[in-house]
Design a protein around this ligand. Structure first.
Ligand SMILES: N[C@@H](CCC(=O)N[C@@H](CS)C(=O)NCC(=O)O)C(=O)O
Length: 204
């Protein structure tokens, strides 16, 4: 039995999206990241010593870190459904893009989302948002060049590489961050976010 802990309006969304793509049966425990009593409960800390979401339990295996959870799920259950790449080279690309999006994009894009949309207006810092919009231009250009040459990031179809990167990039939409300078990226993001499994995950 698979159990996933965490609400959809958090990084848990990435793993809900993967579970939905794989059509797996799972139990969803929607722990909120603001519910510190739940995150600090000894039974939860035993699963995730960081006291964060998401956490996946699959039989004896307990995993945390959204990208690791998705790479595991795709490798274990996504070979037949096509979520796991076909070649070792494309597996390498899936690792590459998953690490890359976390190190080059996640922090700056979350900062833009917080300071452009999510924080109460009096707590927003427009200079901070602008600085991180500037930082994002370089990795966005890298992704644009990659997607100018190919439709998908690892192989010739949607895989875990696209899901992991698009799940982070999806914050650009609620942040109302224009991607018009990167048309191939913008188009690829639309194609990823248009998938029924993504929409189901968002409603969890
Ligand atoms: N790198 C981790 C980050 C996990 C994380 O920071 N989760 C947030 C919610 S999106 C959380 O649990 N925050 C609660 C807290 O920091 O107290 C991952 O990708 O899974």
């Amino acid at each position: 039995m698979i159990t996933l802990y965490g609400i959809a309006a958090s990084r848990t969304f990435r793993c809900l999206w993967m579970l939905e793509e794989l059509s797996l049966e799972y139990r969803h425990e929607p722990i909120d990241y603001r519910d510190h009593a739940a995150l600090d409960a000894p039974a939860y800390r035993q699963l995730n010593p960081n006291g964060r979401i998401p956490t996946l339990v699959d039989g004896e295996l307990v995993l945390w870190e959204s990208m690791a959870i998705n790479l595991y799920l795709a490798r274990r259950y996504g070979v037949d459904t096509g979520l796991w790449p076909d070649t070792v080279e494309d597996e390498g690309r899936a690792w590459q893009w998953s690490f890359w999006v976390m190190s080059e994009i996640e922090h700056s894009l979350l900062t833009v989302l917080m300071h452009q949309r999510l924080l109460p207006e009096e707590q927003r810092n427009p200079e901070r948002a602008a600085r991180h919009r500037g930082i994002l231009r370089q990795p966005f250009a890298v992704l644009e060049r990659a997607l100018d040459e190919r439709d998908w990031l690892a192989g010739t179809r949607f895989t875990v590489a696209d899901l992991n990167v698009a799940a982070v990039l999806s914050w650009a939409r609620p942040a109302r961050l224009s991607l018009e300078d990167w048309p191939a990226l913008d188009d690829w993001l639309d194609r990823c976010l248009d998938r029924p499994a993504r929409k189901r995950a968002q409603r969890k």
